[in-house]
Design a protein around this ligand. Sequence first.
Ligand code: MLT
Length: 262
Amino acid sequence: MKAKVNGIEINYELQGQTGLPIVLIHGFGLDHTIWMDVASKYLRNYRVIMPDVRGHGESDAPEGVYPMSVMARDIAHLLGFLGINKAILCGHSMGGYITLAFAEHFPEQLAGMGLITTHAGSDSTEKRAGRYEMVEAIQEQGSIALAESLASNLTKDQEIIQEVTKIIKKTSPDGIIGALKGMAERQDRTHLLSEIMLPSLVVAGEKDEIIDVETAQQMAEGLSNVTFLKISGAAHMPMLETPEELGTGLLTLIHRVKDELS
Ligand code: MLT
């Protein structure tokens, strides 16, 4: 399905018409399909919204930088388009950066928050420089440059590597570049954590080579109403590597939010 929001067309998948709305936001270079298994098996009783974020999947990929706050506004406008006042947002990696930007700019639309293999800090100098090198590689070689460097860092599961490689190769080069620059320039949102009183879930993958367990744990320690879930069988992609553990964790978050709303 498509919605014209915030000046671009956003593609999204919907599951369920009723129940508490939950938005699942994929990470960098990926698309909404990474959530389909978890959503259909564990979130059947809820209204699940799975967007392709700006520049990814079937959504528009305008040229330019994609600040996390603009990507958060895309989600806020999508919720408005769907007539939803409040939702739980669960973001994976870059989706987590977007979720934290949403918490900063649209707190009245947020009912709870899932932060999955992500963190609240900004880029180190080295990480930022790496992103601009990747921008050049994408300009020269296209999206395959990202597929080749990122896919095998996301997970060690060969089938999942193949699946994510296919998704990344299809991602628009302009979309990848916009997100790289947006992530490179994003601000540190650690200060925000102590202001968030909503039920939150932080998920870390014990084998994650992109965001280590300690970094995720530090973020969880900054939040006051939080559950920390460390998944031993997961690296960076628990929705594909360990769907049962992640699905169960998301259900627990939903129940905590429902308890607070009732
Ligand atoms: C992601 O999975 O969204 C990215 O690896 C996050 C990042 O590069 O910081």
